[in-house]
Design a binder for this molecule. Structure first.
Ligand code: FES
Ligand SMILES: [Fe+2]
Length: 380
């Protein structure tokens, strides 16, 4: 077999292996994911993150533009994060190749002599679209550019990337706060934990929120939205103190609405007259056995940040402790169940994910697992 043919066969089996691996991992590519907080990249400091098992190096140019590259030099694979950023370009620590931070394009190979014909500008370090929103550096994890061969010349065609997600806010002035925690589980368990109403009375017992005795039958309306589903706008249940406070201060009816949108976002919006509270929780896959919850909340009600953070941290910790315990059980690959109606949102999540992958595979429009508005009933 010629060298060229061998390379081709190798490339094809690489691609096949990559496709199988991807199906097994259950990650959704071609979406934005929050990689790090904006304040982690100041000056010439480089930060690292892992998204969907891809190591990334992130930084900020002298003009303040955030960038993200694969944390791997296309020359010999050493992490670029060991290199040096001069404000525009990232220099590899091994042989000093320099890459433009905003495009990944190679701009200098110090070892080249005057007779060398190598076209430096045709070499690229893996590079990802990068935007800052709500205090996070978001990285678009494209299904292209995942293999080293995608760094080859001529494979850097521009793709259409949608704008990064933003937290809805409803007035000019507001408070905003961020929290994060890691969960030792696959993204799917992180997400179904996020949308699971039935664990509330058992995991989130707290004097200010609720006790397990406050459990009662609930009925919520859901409706399909693009790439997700919505718990339709409704008056929240009476057992929750924060809603009572809102109603007290605004003197107006209080409504809440919760959206889940692929790949990993839960938005909650509470409005009461001119007062509002808005939050977004994302569960981001780091590795197949690790994900991270990023929680951001903004509000214009009288609620000091520290008080809110105290309670929100407790909430997250309760979820985290439960997921750590769950991971212990999941190690042994038990059979699991999803029951109606309390687990129906989880069923929708899995169906949305499968339908999205199917529509990407066939090119047909994505089928929505819900036929229209639906009412779910459970006790929580
Ligand atoms: S490994 Fe980066 S320049 Fe050689
Ligand atoms: Fe929870």
């Amino acid at each position: 077999m010629s060298e060229a043919a061998r390379t081709m066969v190798q490339a094809n089996s690489d691609a096949a292996r990559e496709a199988t691996r991807e199906a097994e991992l259950g990650f959704l590519w071609d979406f934005w994911y929050p990689a790090i907080r904006s304040n982690e990249i100041v000056g010439a400091r480089l930060a690292t993150a892992v998204l969907l098992e891809v190591p990334l190096v992130l930084g900020r140019t002298a003009e303040g533009k955030a960038f993200a590259m694969r944390d791997s030099c296309p020359h010999r694979g050493i992490p670029l994060s060991y290199g040096h950023l001069d404000g525009q370009a990232l220099e590899c620590c091994y042989h000093g190749w320099k890459f433009d931070a905003c495009s990944g394009r190679c701009i200098e190979i110090p070892s080249l002599a005057s007779q060398d014909k190598l076209k430096v500008e045709r070499i690229f370090a893996g590079h990802c679209p990068c935007e800052e929103r709500d205090g996070y550096v978001w990285v678009y994890m494209s299904s292209r550019g995942r293999t080293t061969s995608d760094n080859a010349p001529g494979t850097q065609a521009q793709e259409t990337v949608p704008p990064a997600p933003a937290l809805p806010v409803f007035s000019e002035r507001y408070k905003i706060t961020h929290l994060a925690c890691e969960l030792p589980s696959h993204i799917d368990h992180g997400i179904i934990g996020l949308m699971d109403p039935a664990h509330g009375p058992f995991v989130h017992q707290s004097w200010f929120w609720r006790s397990r005795h406050s459990i009662h039958e609930k009925e919520k309306k859901f409706e399909p939205i693009p790439n997700g589903f919505r718990m339709s706008k409704h008056e929240p249940s009476s057992n929750s103190a924060p809603y009572k406070i809102l109603r007290y201060f605004s003197g107006q009816p209080t409504t809440t609405m919760i959206d889940f949108v692929l790949p990993n976002m839960r938005f909650e919006e509470i409005r009461s007259g001119h007062l509002w509270f808005s939050s977004r929780t994302t569960v981001t896959p780091v590795r197949r056995d690790l994900c991270r919850i990023d929680f951001v909340a903004a509000w214009n009600i009288f609620l000091p940040k520290w008080i809110f953070r105290l309670f929100a941290k407790q909430f997250l910790r309760q979820d985290q402790e439960t997921m750590i315990q769950q991971a212990e059980g999941l190690k042994h690959n038990p059979r699991l169940m999803l029951i109606d109606d309390a687990d129906r949102p989880a069923k929708w999540y899995f169906a949305l994910k499968a339908n999205l992958l199917e529509s990407r595979r066939t090119g047909a429009a994505m089928a929505h697992p819900m036929n229209g508005p639906t009412t779910l009933r459970w006790r929580s």
